[in-house]
Design a protein around this ligand. Structure first.
Ligand SMILES: [Zn+2]
Length: 330
C-alpha cells in the first residue's frame, strides 16, 4: 500500500492511515464522458478501490479528443470500456459498471454510497440526483464543463447549500450550451476532473472543503469562487423532494426501425432558430418549417419546438435520450 501511494503521502496532505481509510470508501460516478471518465481514472490512481461507474451511452470517435477511451472502445458501452481500463491500472479495485439511464429504479444503486460525483451533461438528472442525495444524506459534487469554462460545487447535506439553492429551477431546454453547440477543450474537462478529485478525497476524509461555486476559464485562467448560501425556501433543503416524484423525459421506441420518440417531462418552448444557429457551427442542421433536422454522427434527430424529437438510428432508448441531451442539454 505504502509504495504505491508513497508520492502523495509525501505531500503531507494524506497520511497512510487516511490512505487506508480512503480505500474503503464507496464512490459512484454518474456519466462517463469528458468529466466522469478522467475523474474515475484520477480517483482510482488516488487509491479509491470501490467505484460504481454509470453511463447510458457508447463510445464514439469524437469522444477520444477528451475522454479516457481508446480507438478499440468505439461502439462499446462507456461503462464497460472504462471498467476494463480501470482494472488495467489497478486490478485489485472493485469496479461495478452499470450501463443504464439514471431513473427512479436505477438511482437506488446510489443508496449506500459515501459520495456521488456528477459526470452528467444535463440539468434534469442533476436536480434528480440532488433530491436523492439530499434525502439520503449522501454528499455529491456538481460538475459541469463547456467550451473552455467549468463550474463546480460541493454539496454536503445538512452542511452546505444544495444544487437547488443555487439553480432554483430548470431552464428552458435549448438555452444552455452543450458540447455540441459550444464544443469543449480537453484541458477544460481535465482541469475540472482534477479539481473534483481533490474535493472528493477531502470530503471522504472529513477535511475542510470548498463551500463556494467555483468557476474557471481554462483559456484565460480567470477563476472566481462565489460564496453560496442555503436558500430559505429551497424545496430540497426543506425536505420536499419534488424532482423524485416528477415525470422524467421519456424515450419510446417507434415500430419498424431503430427510431425513438422523445417526450420531455414538461411542455417547453424551444427557440429553434437560435438553437439551429448554434448547432450549425459543428453539425449539419436543416430547417424544414417548424422542425429542425440534425445529423449527429450516425444519428438523425428531428426536433420540434415543443421539445419532442424523433431520433433515428439509435441502438436503445437510452442512446436516443443521450443524443437528445447532447443537442438540447436537459
Ligand atoms: Zn437547497
Amino acid at each position: 500500500m505504502f509504495e504505491r501511494y508513497s508520492r502523495q503521502i509525501a505531500t503531507g496532505k494524506i497520511s497512510l492511515k487516511e490512505q487506508n481509510a480512503f480505500a474503503k470508501e464507496k464512490i459512484a460516478i454518474i456519466g462517463l464522458g469528458a468529466i466522469g471518465s478522467p475523474l474515475a481514472v484520477l480517483l482510482l490512481r488516488l487509491g479509491a478501490k470501490n467505484i460504481i461507474i454509470i453511463d447510458r451511452d457508447f463510445v464514439e470517435l469524437s469522444n477520444l479528443q477528451r475522454q479516457s477511451y481508446v480507438e478499440e472502445d468505439i461502439g462499446n458501452p462507456k461503462a464497460e470500456a472504462l471498467k476494463k481500463h480501470l482494472l488495467e491500472i489497478d486490478s485489485s479495485a472493485k469496479i461495478i459498471a452499470v450501463v443504464a439511464d439514471i431513473d427512479k429504479e436505477t438511482i437506488k444503486i446510489l443508496k449506500n454510497q459515501d459520495l456521488v460525483l456528477d459526470g452528467t451533461d444535463n440539468m434534469e438528472t442533476r436536480f434528480f440526483v440532488n433530491d436523492f442525495c439530499m434525502k439520503n444524506r449522501i454528499p455529491w459534487i456538481y460538475a459541469a464543463a463547456i467550451g473552455t469554462t467549468v463550474t463546480t460545487m460541493n454539496i454536503v447535506p445538512g452542511k452546505t447549500a444544495c444544487f437547488e439553492c443555487v439553480f432554483e429551477k430548470e431552464l428552458t431546454p435549448g438555452i444552455l450550451d452543450t458540447c455540441e453547440t459550444a464544443g469543449i477543450l480537453n484541458s477544460t474537462n481535465t482541469h475540472l476532473a482534477a479539481y473534483v478529485a481533490v474535493e472528493a478525497i477531502k470530503i471522504l476524509l472529513g477535511k475542510k472543503i470548498s463551500e463556494c461555486l467555483y468557476y474557471h476559464d481554462s483559456w484565460t485562467h480567470k477563476t472566481t469562487a462565489a460564496e453560496v448560501k442555503k436558500r430559505k425556501n429551497c424545496n430540497a433543503c426543506n425536505g420536499k423532494y419534488l424532482h423524485l416524484q416528477e415525470k422524467k423525459t421519456e424515450s419510446v421506441a417507434l415500430c419498424g426501425s431503430n427510431s425513438y420518440h422523445i417526450k420531455p417531462a414538461k411542455i417547453v418552448n424551444i427557440d429553434l432558430e437560435a438553437l439551429a444557429g448554434k448547432l450549425k457551427k459543428t453539425l449539419v442542421v436543416e430547417t424544414k418549417g417548424s422542425i429542425i433536422h440534425i445529423t449527429l454522427e450516425n444519428t438523425k434527430i428531428s426536433l420540434f419546438a415543443d421539445g419532442r424529437a424523433i431520433i433515428k438510428n439509435a441502438k436503445s432508448p437510452q442512446q436516443a435520450k443521450a443524443a437528445y441531451a447532447r443537442i438540447i442539454g436537459i
